[in-house]
Design a binder for this molecule. Structure first.
Ligand code: NAD
Ligand code: GLY
Length: 385
């Protein structure tokens, strides 16, 4: 492997490493052997119809060259396939191919594929090993790390799942060259969310990096060596922050509301989930909804007297520089209020809002402490923009 940045992830249940290295996909075999401690086993690569024609051949070849026996299972592309039926057919496939507890799953894709692969690995034979090879920016900085796996259900998003940490994460930022600009924007919004929680250092690093992307062509990031290196460092810094939170509160314990509570990673997500639900999960990419959600949470924090105006303006500028977000003014405030009422992440019947006191200082505020008039006027203002 060429130059690489390594981040150790240390939750209580399983310690592993994320390797960030441009061009490393071709080395997936040696990496997998190291993570699994063996090569004489089967690997099922889970991916989708969009990613398979671009990257499956390379990964399969790398694994087989090292001695693994590989199988691939290709799902249709899209969030709507993150469901029980995909899990069922994939488990059936593993069973038919006689996968044993010493065999493993590789997830090759974005957050959707990663969440499905991880959940299947968590429940097949009560748990087998899995490896994350994230191919979207969002998956690289967020979903591939931390062990949250799961699927969507008719009663809500991500409501069935398990905590199951991967054995390792291999990140080759060069694969982002084929990602649509809209998906880059979505990933950058999640990066801004994490940076706003982490503090000034990561916030500034993220802000500076946005200039590289606003040039318009993602592939340019990788044609210059110093850009690639800078980008690897950025991904590593984002993962380092997330891994600190995961190490402190791996299972997002319901009652813990301290500064390292995993709940804080839901900054911007309460409004984002309401937007996604009220538009039937079809209109916005998850990260785009988070972009709107970050702006909403900042505005709500300001109206409650927690956050100053300059910080809100700073966040607004940074989110704008992530790229254009789909308009939301056609959504009725009532639809948002209804979606919020049915948010399943309530504790004791009350929503937990993640708000900001300053960059790097989140605060968990129970919904019953927020006056309805303030919430309603913030919703109306957000939808008017
Ligand atoms: P995604 O997985 O749907 O990928 C976005 C699109 O990009 C898809 O069309 C995909 O096929 C395509 N794609 C992926 N890699 C590509 C590449 N290199 N080149 C070209 N096209 C490529 O979406 P996402 O934003 O990666 O993930 C969103 C999902 O992640 C949601 O389901 C969300 O709930 C979940 N999530 C999970 C966690 C977690 O901790 N487990 C955290 C955040 C989000
Ligand atoms: N993306 C939120 C979490 O991993 O907890």
């Amino acid at each position: 492997m060429g130059t690489s940045v390594r981040v150790k992830i240390r939750p209580t249940s399983w310690k592993y490493e994320a390797i960030i290295s441009t061009g490393s996909l071709a080395e997936a075999g040696r990496w997998a052997a190291k993570c699994l401690g063996r090569t004489e086993s089967k690997i099922a690569i889970l991916t989708n119809r969009k990613i398979a024609p671009i990257y499956l051949g390379l990964v399969t070849h790398a694994l087989e060259r090292t001695g693994f026996e590989t199988y691939s299972f290709i799902l249709p592309d899209g969030e709507r396939y993150k469901n029980l039926s995909s899990i069922e057919t994939f488990l059936q496939y593993l069973g038919e191919k006689n996968f044993q507890r010493t065999d493993a799953i590789v997830s090759l894709g974005g957050g959707v594929i990663g969440d499905i692969a991880g959940f299947a690995a968590a429940i097949y034979l009560r748990g087998i090993g899995f490896l994350q090879v994230p191919t979207t920016l969002l998956a690289m900085i967020d979903s591939s790390v931390g062990g949250k796996t799961g699927i969507n259900t008719p009663f809500g998003k991500n409501l069935v799942g398990a905590f199951h940490q991967p054995r390792g994460v291999l990140i080759d930022p060069a694969v982002l060259c084929t990602l649509e600009q809209r998906e880059i924007t979505a990933g950058l919004c999640e990066a801004v969310k994490q940076a706003a929680l982490a503090g000034e250092k990561l916030f500034d690093q993220t802000r500076e990096l946005l200039d590289v992307f606003t040039e318009g062509d993602v592939s340019k990031v990788f044609t210059r060596k110093e850009n690639a290196r800078r980008f690897e460092q950025f991904i590593a810094a984002q993962i380092r922050f997330k891994s600190e939170i995961v190490a402190a509160d791996e299972r997002e314990s319901a009652r813990y509301v301290g500064p390292k509570s995993r709940k804080i990673l839901n900054f911007g997500h309460t409004f984002a989930h309401a937007l996604e639900k009220s538009t039937d999960y079809r209109y916005l990419r998850h990260g785009e909804a988070v972009g709107h959600g970050v702006l909403f949470a900042a505005e709500l924090s300001k109206r409650l007297g927690l956050l100053d105006k300059d910080s809100v303006n700073l966040l607004r500028d940074v989110v704008r520089r992530c790229g254009p977000l789909p308009q939301i003014h056609h959504i009725a405030p009532d639809e948002i209020r209804t979606a919020l009422r049915y948010d399943k992440k309530n504790i004791d019947g009350t929503l937990q809002w993640i708000l900001l006191q300053q960059i790097g200082k989140p605060r968990i505020v129970p919904g019953n402490q927020i006056p309805a008039s303030v919430l309603n006027s913030t919703i109306k203002a957000a939808l008017r923009k």
